[in-house]
Design a binder for this molecule. Structure first.
Ligand SMILES: Nc1ncnc2c1ncn2[C@@H]1O[C@H](COP(=O)(O)OP(=O)(O)OP(=O)(O)O)[C@@H](O)[C@H]1O
Length: 276
């Protein structure tokens, strides 16, 4: 079976800073992989490598068996919603989505039909012709999510997809994620909201200082802890990350505050300058 996502020895250094270290993982098609880790653990950097937006310093990754080093070959298979949805303030919601549909080479009638359906699903129809500069954070997030899904990618990378959403919209997003996997799509989901992972993830991986410190189904991870009934994913998360804090390795020894981002990136869906 071809893995939807595979990484072998994936490593990213920014100067002397090791953001991700020798990451090995596989994700089966049609599943949700919950990617957890404290702030600065390397989740975004991992997703940027897996989506071909930044080049690994070492190691390799494949999407549907296709190397991410060939951006053109994997582009159509990937959808990526970064933490800050990349949208143009001066466009209306509908124009933004049409623009994305054209970038993805979708026929106009398909673009039109899918946009209409998604706007309706996310309760955005009445605001579709307003400029995005007048949108709330949650409305921008909805547009970002729709444009990520518009071309029906095989593998969807979502960074905090429910960020800024009210409970009803957040519920719609969770339902949509479950439906995607029913259709055979694969979802790589990074979030700090553990209940979301608990509900959706088939497999959970916890990244700590660039290292995958534990992996398994939510049930396996909670069962692995020698503790009383009622252990939650939060207990697991706190336990595995605290263990590492007591025995710092690699980049754990470095002060986080000394690290300056070298790309100054404002649009996290753009490839890094050194990767073009
Ligand atoms: N372009 C860059 N230049 C220099 N250092 C970087 C760059 N991008 C990330 N880093 C560093 O790599 C490490 C991992 O960052 P990353 O953004 O991947 O973490 P994260 O797990 O996504 O964090 P959060 O949960 O806060 O979003 C951090 O120490 C960060 O400062």
């Amino acid at each position: 079976m071809t893995h939807a996502i595979e990484a072998q020895g994936l490593t990213k250094r920014f100067g002397s800073e090791v953001a991700v270290e020798g990451l090995d993982l596989t994700v089966a098609p049609g599943t949700v992989y919950g990617f957890l880790g404290p702030n600065g653990a390397g989740k975004t950097t991992t997703m940027r490598m897996l989506t071909s937006l930044t080049r690994p310093t070492n190691g390799e990754a494949w999407i549907d068996g296709q190397s991410v080093s060939d951006r053109d070959a994997v582009r159509a298979s990937i959808g990526y919603l970064p933490e800050e949805p990349p949208v143009f303030d001066e466009l209306t919601g509908r124009e933004q989505l049409e623009y994305f549909g054209r970038l993805r080479d979708l026929p106009p009638e398909i673009i039109d039909r899918r946009i209409t359906n998604w706007l309706d699903r996310f309760d955005l129809t009445d605001d579709a012709n307003k400029r995005i500069e007048d949108y709330s954070k949650g409305m921008r997030q909805k547009v970002g999510l729709i444009q990520t899904l518009l071309h029906e990618p095989d593998v969807v990378f979502l960074d905090e997809p429910t960020s800024g959403l009210d409970p009803r919209a957040a519920r719609t997003v969770l339902d949509v994620i479950a439906e995607l996997t029913d259709e055979g799509q694969t979802v790589f989901l990074s979030t700090h909201i553990l209940s979301v992972v608990e509900e959706l993830a088939d497999v959970v991986g916890v990244l700590y200082e660039g290292d995958l410190v534990t992996e398994g189904s939510p049930a396996e991870l909670t069962a692995r802890m020698e503790s009383e009934d009622g252990t939650t994913l939060e207990d697991v998360f706190l336990s595995v990350t605290a263990e590492r804090e007591r025995t710092p390795t690699g980049r754990g020894a470095k002060p986080e505050s000394s690290v300056a981002r070298s790309d100054g990136a404002t649009d996290s869906t753009k490839p890094d300058a050194d990767d073009r």
